[in-house]
Write a protein that binds this ligand. Structure first.
Ligand SMILES: [Zn+2]
Length: 395
């Protein structure tokens, strides 16, 4: 069982957690300063780096990438993990504002945690059921306040269990105001109906409960997405999919197509290969981290080469949460995220591109629910129900 219980922390646990977070932040900061030559942004520099004004706001694009289903600090940005993320470290970090202590205090299940990232509220929905987020998503805030069409907000999601992520059922938001969601695996199974054996390596839906396979209607809609939206023939899609080695690569293929054809202003991509760690094979987990690292770098290159995105895009990369510490007796190290310890809750976030200061590290603690209100200030909508706080260093 994966941890779905939000543990009540005692005072002692809370003190321990803070101390661990502080140490993690300090070692990561020192490491980054040495390895990537970045500066420490201890205090705010005056004046917003953001381009203001209507024309700037209309062109502004934001891409959010969740870095795998649960990636630990020590396997990524901590000194011993550095070899797994060469692209983030050498290409992206020098261009980024990097936040070393982002904690997720919610439920550590991938769907519910991603929903929380997208609403700015720690959602309490059942991770393994096809229910919408309980609070308005960033997509609804964005589309409602800025009067944007549905083609302007998209989610590419790793598992059929994420099919409701685009839209809440919150009163005065909800139906008709959310993001369009592409489920690349569902697309592939619709396109390959009857011959899916060839694509087994791409179709695995989640790494936690083989018994949970949400049933989603249809296939017609997916084929229409391929044809009219992505402008991709079934034959070309299948041929290309065959050459790919993982579900996240399939997602990235779809993302690039979507950027070219629809150029959404708000694009959310959830990566999930890293969650293969549940199998217990450390080498597969590390391979997936390395792949995710490469895909993030490729995506940033695509941003630079697409005229609709180059120069006006801000990209955020952050894990949904971490994984258990090796020394926590209640867990099994990297394999799961069930203890709710500091290692499984403490992550990082990088922001880069339009309006973001380059090569600066910020050490203060923040929470993953702070993302949505920050996007609100940047893009000009009100994240009215969100419980996070705008990240001043980005504004
Ligand atoms: Zn997991």
């Amino acid at each position: 069982m994966i941890n779905l219980i939000h543990r009540t922390t005692t005072g002692r646990e809370e003190t321990d957690r803070r101390e661990t977070s502080r140490r993690i932040g300090r070692s990561r900061r020192e490491f980054l300063r040495n390895a990537a030559g970045v500066a420490l942004g201890a205090s705010l520099i005056g004046g917003s780096p953001f381009l203001r004004g209507e024309s700037g706001a209309r062109k502004r694009k934001v891409i959010v990438v969740t870095f795998g289903g649960g990636a630990r600090d020590q396997d990524t940005f901590a000194p011993e993990g550095q070899e797994n993320i060469p692209h983030l470290l050498t290409d992206l970090i020098p261009q980024s504002s990097f936040f070393t202590q982002v904690s997720n205090q919610g439920i550590l299940g991938h769907y519910v945690a991603t929903a929380s990232l997208a609403t700015g509220v720690y959602e309490t929905l059942n991770n393994f059921s096809a229910v919408p987020p309980q609070h308005p998503t960033v997509f609804e805030y964005f589309r409602k306040d800025l009067k944007r069409p549905s083609s302007d907000a998209w989610v590419v999601a790793p598992s059929n269990g994420f099919n409701r992520i685009g839209e809440s059922d919150y009163r005065s938001y909800g139906p008709g105001l959310g993001a369009q969601v592409v489920l690349p695996k569902h697309l592939l199974s619709a396109a390959s109906s009857g011959t899916s054996a060839d694509y087994g390596h791409l179709l695995r839906d989640n790494y936690e409960t083989p018994l949970y396979t949400p049933r989603i209607q249809g296939g017609e809609f997916e084929l229409q997405q391929l044809d009219t939206i992505l402008r991709l023939s079934v034959g070309d899609f299948m041929a290309h999919a065959k050459a790919l080695s993982s579900p996240d690569e399939l997602s990235m293929y779809i993302v690039k197509r979507l950027m070219r054809q629809e150029s959404p202003s708000l694009l959310w991509i959830t990566m999930h290969d890293i969650d293969v760690a549940h199998s217990g094979a450390y080498s597969l987990y590390v391979d997936a981290i390395r792949r995710t690292d490469r895909l993030c770098s490729e995506l940033w290159k695509t941003v630079q080469s697409e005229p609709e995105y180059a120069g006006n895009t801000t990209m955020f990369i952050l894990p949904d949460f971490g994984r258990d510490a090796d020394e926590d007796a209640g867990g099994n190290g990297f394999q799961h995220h069930r203890t709710g310890d500091a290692a499984s809750r403490t992550t990082w976030m990088m922001a880069m591109g339009a309006g973001v200061r380059q090569g600066v590290v910020y050490d203060r603690p923040m929470q993953s629910i702070d993302l949505v209100p920050s996007l609100g200030v940047m893009m000009g909508f009100s994240a009215a129900v969100s419980q996070g706080k705008p990240i001043q260093e980005l504004l």
